[in-house]
Design a binder for this molecule. Structure first.
Ligand SMILES: [Zn+2]
Length: 154
């Protein structure tokens, strides 16, 4: 089922952990409407990057979120967050594109060298921008560490 032209409900709810552990990750009506909003946001990211966006994690039921060790207040649990990549674009570049755009987000987190977390909100968006790297914790802003200057940087 397509939520928007380029994003399906399936790709925003699929989880290897959920299927492996038999965890129900079916969204309810409120989450569904948030996922639609999230997909609309991802369409804008796709247009900005001019390339397809790959979602590695979207909606997580509370049980799934717990199973993968997600934050207790994770926006993934309300269907308002996605972990994304754009093949051919380093995560830092993708995060920079979004940060420098006029897209309205609550949280943009560069999970250094791995993916970009985008979080939306139904309240006032904080437009908070953070970088997290294993071993250093969260830091404010987008930080380009040396190991991100690989051939994937465009
Ligand atoms: Zn995330």
């Amino acid at each position: 089922m397509n939520l928007t032209p380029y994003f399906t409900l399936g790709e925003l709810t699929v989880s290897e952990t959920a299927s492996r552990r038999g965890i129900d990750n079916t969204p309810d009506a409120a989450v569904m409407s948030n996922l639609k909003r999230l997909a609309e946001f991802l369409e804008k990211v796709r247009a900005l990057a001019k390339r397809p966006v790959v979602v590695s994690s979207g909606y997580r039921s509370p049980e799934l979120n717990k199973a993968i060790g997600g934050s207790e207040r994770s926006a993934h649990m309300s269907g308002l967050a996605a972990d994304i990549n754009v093949p051919g674009l380093a995560p830092y570049r993708l995060a920079s594109l979004i940060a420098e755009s006029d897209l309205v987000f609550d949280q943009l987190i560069l999970e250094f060298d791995s993916w970009v977390h985008v979080g939306l909100t139904v309240a006032d968006p904080r437009r908070e921008i953070l970088t997290i790297r294993k071993g250093t914790g969260y830091r404010s802003g987008l930080i380009l560490f040396a190991s991100d200057r690989g051939p994937s940087v465009v």
